[in-house]
Write a protein that binds this ligand. Structure first.
Ligand code: RB5
Length: 145
């Protein structure tokens, strides 16, 4: 699995911890930035990761901002992106099993490092259950039209 990863300045530090965790798990990724804590605008950080996932080159993405809220709102403006803001392990598992979230978002000022690793692992290791959940997702995408 190849992941597209991005953050704004508020998510920069947590992103770096998660990148190390992914390396330890042997998961391939590309870091789309940012690469410092200089202030930036989170929609600009969401865009390259969403485009990378939608291109099909990257299977899934992880986005970080201060709360995870702004970057998830921005990501969900992209047709075909299902970005789930996750602050607990159960939601992360459900985000894949029920919502087939192709991006999860975390808040660097909200979620601690170890919990973030557990959230990321729960989402990466879960499988989409399909069936009625696929029907519901199809309805979401109809709303985009
Ligand atoms: C940046 O200060 C902050 O607003 C951003 O990281 C994020 O939390 C927005 O939702």
């Amino acid at each position: 699995m190849k992941l597209a990863i991005g953050s704004d300045h508020g998510g920069f530090e947590l992103k770096n911890h998660v990148l190390k965790h992914l390396e330890e798990r042997g998961i391939e990724y590309k870091d789309f930035g940012v690469f410092s804590e200089d202030s930036v605008d989170y929609p600009d950080c969401a865009a390259p990761v969403c485009e990378a996932v939608l291109s099909g080159e990257y299977e899934r993405g992880i986005l970080f901002c201060g709360t995870g809220i702004g970057i998830s709102i921005a990501a969900n403006k992209f047709d075909g992106i299902r970005a789930a803001l996750c602050s607990n392990v159960f939601s992360a598992k459900m985000a894949k099993e029920h919502n087939n979230a192709n991006i999860i978002c975390l808040g660097g000022r909200v979620t601690g490092r170890e919990l973030a690793f557990m959230i990321v692992d729960a989402w990466l290791d879960a499988e989409f259950l399909g069936g009625r959940h696929a029907d519901r997702i199809a309805k979401i995408h109809k709303l985009e039209k």
